[in-house]
Design a protein around this ligand. Sequence first.
Ligand code: G3H
Ligand code: 13P
Ligand code: ZN
Length: 307
Amino acid sequence: MIFATLKEVLDRARAGKYAVGAFNINDMEIAKAIGGAAKEERSPVILAVSPSAIKYAGIEYIYEIARVTADNSGVPTVLHLDHGTSFDDCIQCIRYGWSSVMFDGSKLPFEENVKQTADIVRIAHAAGVSVEAELGKLAGVEGHVSVEEKDAIFTNPGEAKLFVDRTGVDALAVAIGTSHGAYKFKGEANLDFPRLENIEKLVNMPIVLHGASGVPKYVLDKAAKYGAKLPGAAGVPNDAIKTAISLGVAKINIDTDIRLAMTAAIRQVLAEKPEEFDPRKIFGPAEDAMKAVAKGKMQLFGSSGRA
Ligand code: G3H
Ligand code: 13P
Ligand code: ZN
């Protein structure tokens, strides 16, 4: 197989106490930036493709972009479906050559999530494809949240144990207070690390942290300087990422930080050189900016030098 499986990459990460970044790709420039970063950092990498990325790029394009990216970088590269929400999403990618799929049944009742995940695991594993699943609701929490409120939203450790035993998944995405996008917290970041620790002890497998972008100030400042309006944007601080890795997180999902880096760089070129209309002169600097962010993540996650 051209692509490494999620299981082999994450089992190594877990044993080595580092995490591997899963970066969403939607086009050639993003993929080149991520692959280029992985090559320079000698880091394993996960190329995450969402159903909306497939719809945007077309499955043929995005598959070939990922294939060439893996070929050129020469590092273990996983081609992963991010947030597949249906049986068909997962089967389409398995048939097309993905090495890993996420089935996101987190909005389903527990028993239905178990049933649908287990069905996909049986088929995926027969095809040599890994499976990630999710339990709990990804939601940012603001300020102090009661134990009862956390229990209603976040992953329940006992359920997580039952879930992994009954489904046979290779990695579990958990909800401990992160959320997707650029507005994760009002005030202090608030992640439930004791819960993460309990889950890890019980499930004994690689844990996945979605919604893990840092929304760095220097990128926000650059975006704002050139016209972006993102008041109140806030992400997961680097020290929280390090704590999460020390407690068993082996896969860290990043999309927002790459989007911000890309669009801030595009804004800068368009603002500073209003006469420019060669797309290569606009997307080129954006690719460099994304690559720099991805390299920083690989260093933070400890995956640099592990390929
Ligand atoms: O978690 C979702 C990822 O950021 C992908 O987002 O569905 O807009 O491609 P998307
Ligand atoms: P961010 O929005 O924090 O980058 O999270 C991305 C993600 O979880 C993709 O699955
Ligand atoms: Zn996600």
